[in-house]
Design a binder for this molecule. Sequence first.
Ligand SMILES: Cc1cc2nc3c(=O)[nH]c(=O)nc-3n(C[C@H](O)[C@H](O)[C@H](O)COP(=O)(O)OP(=O)(O)OC[C@H]3O[C@@H](n4cnc5c(N)ncnc54)[C@H](O)[C@@H]3O)c2cc1C
Length: 340
Amino acid sequence: MQWQKDIDLTHKNSFGFPAIADHFAEVDQIEDLESVLDSVEKNGWPLLILGGGSNLVLREKIPGAVLSVATQGLNILADNEHTAIIEVGAGENWHGFITQLLQKGLHGLENLALIPGSVGAAPVQNIGAYGVEIADCFHSLTAYDRINKELVQLGKDECQFGYRDSLFKSDAKGRYIIWTVRFSLSTVFTPKIGYKGISDHLDALGIVEPSAYQVYQAVCDIRMGKLPLPTELGNAGSFFENPIVTESTYQRLKAQFPDIVAYPDKAGHFKLAAGWLIDRAGWKGCRVGEVGVYDKQALVLVNYGQGLATDLLKLAEDISLSVKNQFDVKLKIEPRIYPE
Ligand SMILES: Cc1cc2nc3c(=O)[nH]c(=O)nc-3n(C[C@H](O)[C@H](O)[C@H](O)COP(=O)(O)OP(=O)(O)OC[C@H]3O[C@@H](n4cnc5c(N)ncnc54)[C@H](O)[C@@H]3O)c2cc1C
């Protein structure tokens, strides 16, 4: 297995930030993975696993090695009248996978259509949208454990999924390389349309009992209307997580800002809409040089073309500070900044 040297990652990250990787390799065989990891270890290189680059803020120089997992394929491992367990390669495109499930009549992940990136990265931050997250249908995954140097199977509990969080982002950051992912899906479609954006969209179309395809299409239409296409305007989707606050904090804010947008969560806390906070702090549509805040959705920070990670991180810092000053709420950046 040969490393490619000085590889330009500008078109491999959805912000389109210029970044040069010292060493780059793509693998889809375990033997090749073991061989590249061996040289990473021998050289003492830092290692970045790169999927579609849609949840990363890359700085200009990427030292050490960058590895892309290219495992492909979708297999049904078991099925019966009601459910099917399917296994999919980490290198598959997420939206392509969701579309294939729809064609196979396997349900549960329709609300996650059109999220950019790879299947392998989806468990890393337990991707979610429109009231669904992958933990809802997750079965298990196979990953390469860099400490014990072997393939391991991790079940749902072991992955420690939380809101935009998992074992792979916290306790075991950098330890596992996700190789295949398994989902438990339903052969019977039950629409999950409680999320206001979807129900409003379907109501406007006069659809009362939507099919799986109609929910999938509604999600695609809503997303295309409010999120910029990374090929046209660099971005990583939501730049900040929605802050989770206690009921008393929520009540304090509600008294001060009656139109604040928030959703109760299962644990009795409230998830504040970070986009609303940023918008109310006056940032929506602001441009600072080559970076800015998207004019249709304040949660999305954008690169107009010539921006750098440092410009964006400075803007993010200014936004966080003004939200803190105005609401006494702390914002947390969602994408991974690399090198940290
Ligand atoms: C327009 C837009 C909309 C978005 N909407 C949403 C949304 O609705 N909901 C949501 O949750 N996210 C959303 N995102 C964020 C992003 O698409 C997801 O987080 C996605 O899962 C990232 O996939 P990726 O392959 O691009 O990962 P990358 O950005 O390449 O990597 C993300 C992280 O995963 C790690 N990683 C990648 N592959 C592997 C692997 N095989 N094994 C171990 N670690 C790995 C990387 O090291 C990195 O830490 C959006 C992004 C954009 C640009």
